[in-house]
Design a protein around this ligand. Structure first.
Ligand code: ZN
Length: 454
């Protein structure tokens, strides 16, 4: 049993002072003692906040971040042109590459304070579109990468069946495709046993309502019975809304809630383009929206209707999606300042329980984020849960001078990665451990090899 002493640690109810937390060999919390006066502990941590869940990731896209920012004078540059580059990239990644990229990415996520990631995974097949001898070969590489980097993973193998509404898939999408529901269920079964092997969680989902035939979505919802968290992209781009109206005579979110029982277990990624009725459908059914502000900005998706969504008490959390940005602080501030710039009001995050913006944000991104991982939590630090936290550098000038009531706001609004001393998962300092394992060599070789092929 290892014992930590926290001078300040953030719980749902606010800062706790002088708290001793004991963990077992697996890093699970066995005891939390508030106002501890003794000296029986091995490690002192001045300031800690909970590790942040990253509820939406496509690991392979990390390797192309920064590679799509040349915009020739006479050509179009939008989500759809970016997607063409992404498909070419995806076709050139073998399982070893995939694992190397994900390992590097997850290590970087940890440095930025993420301690759990939901990998929205659709690179299922080989370059010819054929199954690997193990159906979840690529999913297992994600789990290995998570284990090696030391981040908790929820693997979400998603169903991808067609190119667009009532449209066959493009040959460049061949690695993503499951022919029918049975095919996908076999993948889920195989992924489930791999997740068990690596002590990871499983999710299910569809890439989007445009990528899976309607009757197959019904088959999947019946199969899942709300057992695993259900993830899907929805209403990211205006063209997607128009295509849905042309094919189903309803907007995507309207169509989804009209045809299926969608509730708390459903995690809608982006949901950028919503009308008032759709906001009500999501919030009244207590579904969760996973916002990915840096990716949504980078891909010119649009700005989420945060003001109306909050007024309806909507649930939301964060994902880094394409990984153009890897800091949860950057995601939060982009979301906040985007709205401030639109409304000329500084009051973005608020409710009738707290006036403190960061305490509200932490509550949303932690509890809804963990739910997206398939984990129900009542507090940031609880008995029988892993001790995952971010150690804040108490010596940084603004942190050192901050009063307790402003401390989390100072961390969220004024800081960057330099404020993070270390990130711990299961009581282990992953920042220190990952410094000593050379993840970069394999990663650089992989990137060079992919670039040569393209
Ligand atoms: Zn995505």
């Amino acid at each position: 049993m290892k014992k930590f002493f926290f001078q300040k640690i953030l719980q749902k109810e606010g800062w706790l002072f002088n708290t001793k937390i004991s963990i077992d060999k697996e890093g699970k919390i066995k005891e939390i003692q508030k106002n501890y006066q003794g000296a029986d502990y091995e490690q002192l941590i001045p300031i800690a906040i909970p590790g942040i869940p990253n509820a939406h990731s496509h690991a392979f896209q990390y390797a192309m971040a920064g590679m799509t920012e040349n915009h020739p004078y006479n050509s179009q540059s939008d989500f759809w042109s970016w997607r063409k580059n992404m498909y070419d990239f995806a076709l050139n990644i073998d399982p070893d590459d995939f694992q190397n990229i994900a390992t590097m990415l997850y290590s970087e996520m940890l440095s930025n304070g993420y301690t759990h990631v939901a990998e929205f995974h659709y690179l299922h097949h080989d370059k010819n579109g054929q199954s690997y001898s193990s159906l979840s070969e690529m999913g297992e590489r994600i789990l290995i990468a998570g284990k090696n980097a030391g981040i908790d993973v929820t693997l979400v193998p998603v169903f991808y069946n067609q190119g667009n509404f009532n449209t066959a898939f493009h040959k460049k999408q061949r690695r993503f495709i499951n022919k029918n529901s049975d095919d996908y269920f076999k993948l889920i079964e195989c992924s489930r046993s791999k997740c068990k092997l690596y002590n990871s969680n499983l999710g299910v989902g569809i890439h989007s309502i445009r990528a899976v035939k309607d009757f197959m979505i019904t088959e999947l919802i019946d199969f899942n019975q709300n057992k695993y968290p259900f993830h899907l992209h929805i209403s990211e781009q205006l063209k997607e809304v128009e295509d849905c109206l042309n094919n189903y005579s309803l907007r995507p979110v309207e169509w989804l809630y009209s045809n299926f029982e969608v509730g708390e277990n459903h995690h809608l990624v982006h949901a950028t383009h919503l009308n008032k009725k759709e906001i009500k459908l999501i919030t009244q059914n207590k579904s969760n929206v996973i916002l990915c502000p840096t990716t949504e900005g980078n891909l010119a998706d649009g700005f989420f209707k945060l003001k109306e969504f909050q007024e309806n008490k909507g649930n939301w959390c964060l994902g880094s999606d394409s990984h153009i940005g890897l800091s949860p602080l950057e995601e939060i501030r982009l979301l906040d300042y985007g709205l401030r710039l639109q409304t000329n009001s500084r009051k973005t995050f608020y409710n009738n329980e707290t006036a403190n913006a960061s305490h509200l944000v932490m509550n949303k991104i932690f509890f809804n984020g963990m739910k997206a991982m398939g984990i129900e939590r009542k507090n940031y630090f609880e008995k029988e849960c892993s001790l995952n936290f971010i150690e804040i550098d108490e010596k940084r000038p603004l942190i050192k001078s901050s009063e307790n009531e402003d401390l989390l706001n100072t961390i969220f609004y004024t800081g960057d990665i330099r404020n993070i001393k270390s990130t711990y998962v299961k009581g282990l300092n992953r920042t220190e451990i990952n410094k000593n394992i050379d993840l970069s060599k394999n990663y650089y070789q992989t990137i060079r090899k992919i670039k040569e092929k393209m």
